[in-house]
Ligand binder design. Structure first.
Ligand SMILES: [Fe+2]
Length: 259
């Protein structure tokens, strides 16, 4: 079988980020001959979180799976949304009684992909151990998929690297999200796992994680509540493309991009 290319897009921020991704997604899928697309969309709705409208738009334009993170349940109707959309994942290390799935095996054209969504716990919510959660999922899905990708949604770079090292050779790719700044460390780890600390953001340029810098400056200088307004600057779309050799079912390269 021919090599498979998986594209992973960084956190989509706000309606402007969603619109920018939607207007470029088909073009890049065709140009790069992408076989499967994963998009972190936890900030894609107006005011953070996700909603049905942005999910529908992203899926219609070519997203195969949507992942989330610490803003997964920001909207009041998120519980129904995760229950009703099998292509949308919430972090797997939330308590088990919470609605939705933290992982799934999805069918591509002639191959299957295990996608896992995990939330880091350093400087974040004290959820279940990311390392053990991921390892248990890999064990429970053994033999049920061809290739695998984890969205590691975390704040601390050290935690992301340690997590990827722990799973090196057991998973196809560990892709970091959440910090919205694309890092230049994409590479294949010693035992064969593709890794990047943070894949970046699909949202406004010259902004503080998508927000107008003046809001963040005010927040940091006054230590009082401040309404975060989305920047109205033009957007970037940042991501990585991971290429898998399907005879060995292992990654042979990871390339980052920004358009
Ligand atoms: Fe996040």
């Amino acid at each position: 079988m021919k090599n498979v290319k998986i594209m992973f897009l960084g956190d989509v921020v706000g309606p402007c980020g969603t619109e920018y991704v939607c207007s470029n997604l088909r073009k890049i899928i065709e140009k790069e001959k992408i076989d499967f697309t994963i998009v972190n969309a936890e900030n894609s709705a107006k005011g953070n979180g996700i909603d049905q409208e942005t999910i529908d738009e992203l899926i219609m334009k070519g997203a195969d799976v949507i992942t989330t993170g610490n803003h997964a349940f920001k909207k009041m109707n998120s519980f129904d949304l995760f229950e009703n959309n099998s292509k949308v994942l919430r972090p797997a290390n939330f308590p088990p009684e919470i609605s939705g799935n933290g992982y799934g095996v999805f069918e591509g054209n002639g191959f299957s992909v295990l996608v896992i969504n995990i939330l880091g716990i350093v400087n974040m919510e004290p959820l279940a151990c990311p390392f053990r959660t991921a390892e248990n999922i890999l064990k429970s899905c053994e033999g049920k998929y061809d290739i695998s990708v984890i969205d590691m949604h975390a704040e601390a770079t050290g935690e992301k690297y340690a997590f990827a090292s722990y799973l090196d050779g057991k998973i196809g790719a560990v892709i970091g999200t959440h910090t919205h700044v694309q890092t230049a460390d994409e590479h294949i780890l010693p035992n064969g796992t593709a890794f990047i600390t943070d894949v970046g953001m699909c949202g406004p340029k010259e902004s503080a994680l998508g927000v107008k810098p003046e809001c963040i400056i005010r927040k940091l200088m006054t230590h009082t509540p401040v309404k975060f307004e989305l920047s109205d600057n033009p957007c970037d779309m940042q991501g990585v493309i991971i290429e898998f050799d399907m005879t060995k079912k292992t990654p042979i390269g990871i390339k980052r991009f920004k358009i």
